[in-house]
Design a protein around this ligand. Structure first.
Ligand SMILES: Cc1ncc(COP(=O)(O)O)c(C=O)c1O
Length: 397
């Protein structure tokens, strides 16, 4: 029996590619610091667990496919605080931001259609695109520019008759770049002039550092009908396992269609939706504290990396990731070697080779993507292992 080309041609997650080697290292008794994955280590707020405890329905039934009214209203209020105005009826609850992305691709693309994305990009975009028969087409951004978008022309250059949308995450996974209003204006102009949708993935919205004021592309009025907004509670509230996200759009045609997709999976989790309501009541000071924790970690990571010979970085402005260029020819081989052949006092570190975040794999070949979702103390130890590992690896080669 045959397997579909769509799924056969889909690559394994770049973030988890080296997981079997990490598992072996742990079986050998090593401690592995995980700087490969964006899994926040911060405790899930008590309010979430209170929500779970207070859920006392006698039957765990299906909920409305679009999401429970209370949560759609709570999301609407939450976005409103960021000057992003969607009514509850314009918001649909999804199984994480991931399902919102899947629904977006399914709604706007036929097989073979294209979506533009700044490169490097969140590698799951590719996985989701492949499973929908959609082709991602990238426009390059560069480490020297801190991965900011160079020009409007750099986007226009890759438009074809099959292009349906521009997709990006802001702040970005994997680069941590936060797009300025000037860059968002470029995206908005290109989308407006070429009649394209914009899929704005804002799951890291509050994680913006150095007092930078976050701008959502929502603030640009002329593209409101083009815009599909993706959001999720996973990262900001440390509830990745709860799977609550949303998709919002003002576009009436899309709203008519999205309901069909919501109905195809009947409902999202009832318990999780009620618990999520509790999270959205938490004062904004909670997220500000979280932001300060990540900003401190970013500073520690950049401080240490900046002093390692041959390592090239920039200062990311948001999220909890950055891409670093290493003085090695093959970062994947180096990352694997760290897990199989290197340790300091029985400890080693795991990174994601950056190749998987690029369409043009050559560019990312000597780069890694790091996440700083572990404590400052652990970051210091993990990056010391990186520094010594680089020395030892390059002496050996
Ligand atoms: C940029 C970006 N978008 C969306 C997601 C999806 O997250 P979730 O499905 O947990 O909401 C992630 C998760 O890492 C991400 O980094």
């Amino acid at each position: 029996m045959l397997i579909s080309n769509r799924i056969r041609n889909t690559k394994m997650s770049a973030i988890r590619k080296l997981t079997p080697f990490a598992k072996e290292a742990k079986q050998k008794g090593l401690k592995v610091y995980h700087m490969n994955i964006g899994q926040p280590d911060i405790d899930t707020p008590e309010e979430y667990f209170e929500g779970l405890k207070n859920y006392h329905k006698k039957v765990l039934g299906y909920e409305p496919s679009e999401g429970i009214d209370e949560l759609r209203s709570a999301f609407s209020n939450f976005l409103g605080k960021n000057n992003i105005d969607y009514s509850p009826e314009e918001i649909y609850v999804t199984n994480g931001g991931s399902e919102g992305l899947l629904f977006s691709f399914l709604m706007i693309c036929d097989e073979g259609d294209e979506i533009l994305v700044p490169e490097p990009y969140y590698s799951n975009y590719n996985t989701i695109a492949n499973s929908c028969g959609v082709k991602l087409v990238s426009f390059e951004t560069f480490i020297e520019d801190g991965f900011h978008i160079k020009s409007k022309e750099s986007i226009e250059k890759v438009i074809t008759s099959k292009t349906k949308a521009i997709l990006y995450s802001n702040p970005s996974n994997p680069t941590g770049v936060v797009y300025s209003i000037k860059e968002l204006q470029m995206i908005a102009d290109v989308a407006h002039e070429n009649n394209l949708y914009i899929i704005s993935d804002e799951v890291y919205r509050e994680l913006v550092y150095d007092g930078i004021k976050y701008e959502s592309i929502f603030s640009i009025e002329k593209i409101r009908e083009h815009l599909i907004l993706i959001d999720s509670l996973s990262k900001r509230y440390s509830v990745c396992g709860s799977r609550v996200g949303m998709i919002a759009t003002k576009n009436k045609n899309l709203r008519e269609e999205i309901v069909k997709l919501c109905q195809s999976r009947l409902s999202t989790s009832s318990v999780e939706q009620y618990s999520a309501l509790n999270l959205l009541k938490i004062p904004t000071s909670y997220i500000e504290n979280i932001r300060d924790i990540y900003q401190e970690r970013r500073d520690v990571v950049c401080g240490i990396l900046g002093k390692i010979d041959g390592v090239k970085i920039y200062k990311p402005e948001g999220a909890f990731y950055l891409i670093a260029s290493l003085p090695v020819d093959d970062a994947e081989d180096f990352c694997k070697w760290l897990l199989t052949d290197f340790n300091i006092n029985n400890e080693t570190v795991m990174f994601a080779p950056a190749e998987g975040f690029y369409m043009n794999n050559e560019v990312g070949k000597s780069q890694i993507r790091l996440s700083y979702c572990i404590s400052v103390k652990d970051l210091e130890k993990a990056l010391h292992i990186l520094k010594e590992g680089l020395r030892s690896y390059n002496n050996k080669n």
